[in-house]
Structure formats: C-alpha cells, structure tokens
Ligand binder design. Structure first.
Ligand SMILES: *[C@@H]1O[C@H](CO)[C@@H](O)[C@H](O)[C@H]1NC(C)=O
Ligand SMILES: *[C@@H]1O[C@H](CO)[C@@H](O)[C@H](O)[C@H]1NC(C)=O
Ligand SMILES: *[C@@H]1O[C@H](CO)[C@@H](O)[C@H](O)[C@H]1NC(C)=O
Length: 290
C-alpha cells in the first residue's frame, strides 16, 4: 500500500515538473561526522526531501561510530566509490554535503575522483584547514591535550587515525609536513603527482559553500571551517590572507573570482547543532541545491 502511494506521488510530482518545465532536483549525497553515523544526518536528509520533493538523498552509512576514526584515505576511497557510482547514474550532476569530518572526507573525494560531476559542494563546519583542539576527543581519550597530541598524531601509528590525518599543530609544522599523510596533500602544501588534478577537481565545481561560526566550540580554530587557520605564531588568519588562497593552491581564489565560493558565518551554533537546526538547512543549504 505504502509503495503504491509512493509511486503515485512520484508520478504526480514528475508530471507537475513536466507541466511547469521544471527539471527534477539533483540527487544529494550526505556524509556524517566523526563518531556518529547516518542517523545523525536524518534531519537534513528529510528536510531536503520535504522542501525539494523528489530529491534522491543518499545518506552514507559507511564508517559509522568507531570506524569513523579509520584513516582518511580509506574513507575517501570507499565512500568515494559510492559517490562515483551514484554520479554515474545521474549525468546531469549531483550535490555533495559533508558535516564536520565528513566535509573533509567529501572534499577529498572530489579531489581523489577528479572526474566527478558534483555541482555544489557544501561543507558544514568541517576542519578544512586542519584541527588543533581535542575537545571532541576528550570523551574517548581523556588524557589527550593539545600541546602534546602531536607526539601521538605525528607518528606512523598516529597517522592510522583520521584525526591524526588532519591534526595541524601550528607549533610543529615540520613534523606535520613530515608525517601527515593526508591534509598537506589535499591542501597542496606538499606537492605530489596529483597536485594539478587536486586543484582542477575543485575548480570544476559550480559552487562551494563553506559554513561555520565562532560559537562552534569544537572545530579549532573555528575559521578552519572556511579555510582560515593559525599562522606560525598562532594568530588566526582568514582564508583570503593565507598562502593556500593567495597562491590559488587548490583553486579557492579561482572559485572566489568566479563567484562560485560562498562563505556563511553563523553565530550561536554549537558544533553539535549545525545538522540539527532546520533554519540552518533552510537558509544555508537548500538555496544551493537545484
Ligand atoms: C595520486 O592519485 C592516484 C589516484 O587518484 C593514487 O593512486 C596515487 O597514490 C596518488 N599519488 C599521490 C602521490 O598522491
Ligand atoms: C603574529 O602574526 C600576526 C599576523 O601575521 C602579526 O600581526 C603579529 O605581529 C605577529 N606576532 C608576533 C609576535 O610575531
Ligand atoms: C537555529 O539557527 C538559527 C540561526 O539560523 C538560530 O537563530 C537558532 O537559535 C537556532 N536554533 C536552535 C534550536 O539552535
């Protein structure tokens, strides 16, 4: 009975789209944050379907809970394969949204699979420039403190964890460049054979949306959600003043010049509320999903 209803609903919607010459909404792939799973992204998923009827939403169940601490490249590879399979079924393009660590996984998927057809990429409070705060890990690693975490993360073993892969200690940049297997590469701070592709993969986006805010409390510094970060004397520098932007290392400047880069700073949203707040979805996410 339910199936039948859905089918009728689907036909009516598509008929309406035909009559008004409206194209159907592109599918949206959603990637959850660290130490949670797809259930944490249900509100965003259902709100998209409610406001944009007919949208296919793929809310990845992969790397939930503890598994979300697996190395970033593993997650990028696996979830990336799913994203590319979905993309192949929709030649008109898809959209990609990631929350917290998931936004960094999502961005690296674009770079690892430069043949993607993602049009809009939305990063919802993600440590795009790295992380230098242990608050979200305290629950699980009560002894971890910022000042000495590098000793754990900048080692072969430490690099076996996702957090180690984007741990960016402003006081230990030499060790960061030496040990980190992930962030220096996707941010083109370390040159590799893929540097050119990594940039091309981002500049082909139609839209990049970076959402974050000063009351986040977990992403440290919060400006990392918008590619801002500490300089080498631990002063936070905004994206546009940083080398990654000024040298156009990964195409942020190109996107910005072409008006394809949108930054939203929203106050009074704690980290664990970004994906639980309907008004955030309505104001800063839905307008970019066509
Ligand atoms: C470059 O990318 C290819 C495939 O995307 C990957 O197999 C290879 O390991 C990457 N090399 C470097 C140096 O990042
Ligand atoms: C730290 O960096 C900021 C911004 O680049 C600069 O204004 C400030 O003078 C620097 N402070 C020190 C102690 O070097
Ligand atoms: C939701 O976000 C809006 C900003 O868009 C904020 O004003 C409001 O207080 C938030 N609501 C909750 C319950 O956090």
């Amino acid at each position: 009975m339910i199936k039948k209803y859905n089918l009728i609903n689907f036909l009516i919607l598509n008929l309406a789209n035909l009559i008004y010459c409206k194209l159907p909404y592109r599918p949206v792939v959603i990637i959850h944050g660290v130490l949670t799973g797809s259930e944490s992204m249900e509100l965003i998923s259902s709100r998209i379907q409610e406001m944009h009827p007919g949208t296919q939403v793929y809310n990845t169940p992969r790397y939930a809970g503890w598994n979300s601490l697996e190395p970033m490249w593993h997650q990028v590879e696996q979830i990336g394969e799913d994203v590319m399979a979905i993309a192949a079924a929709y030649p008109e393009g898809i959209h990609l949204l990631g929350y917290s660590q998931g936004g960094l996984v999502a961005r690296a998927i674009l770079q690892r699979y430069p043949e993607h057809n993602v049009r809009t990429f939305i990063s919802l409070s993600s440590p795009q420039a790295g992380q230098f705060g242990t608050k979200f890990l305290r629950l699980f690693f009560p002894d971890l403190v910022c000042e000495t975490a590098y000793e754990l993360f900048y080692s072969r073993v430490g690099q076996l964890s996702s957090v180690g892969n984007y741990w960016n200690d402003p006081y230990e940049q030499k060790l960061y460049m030496k040990y980190s297997k992930f962030l220096p590469f996707v941010n083109n701070e370390a040159k590799s054979l893929n540097t050119t592709l990594f940039k091309a993969a981002l500049t082909k986006l139609n839209k990049m949306v970076l959402i974050g805010g000063p009351d986040d409390g977990v992403i440290t510094p919060w400006q990392s959600s918008q590619f801002g970060y500490y300089n080498n004397n631990a002063t936070v520098v905004d994206m546009r003043e940083r080398e990654i932007y000024q040298t156009d290392a990964i195409g942020l400047k190109t996107l910005d010049n072409e008006k394809k880069l949108t930054i939203h700073t929203v106050a009074q949203i704690p980290h664990f509320m970004w994906h639980k707040n309907i008004s955030i979805v309505d104001k800063y996410i839905l307008p970019y999903l066509d």
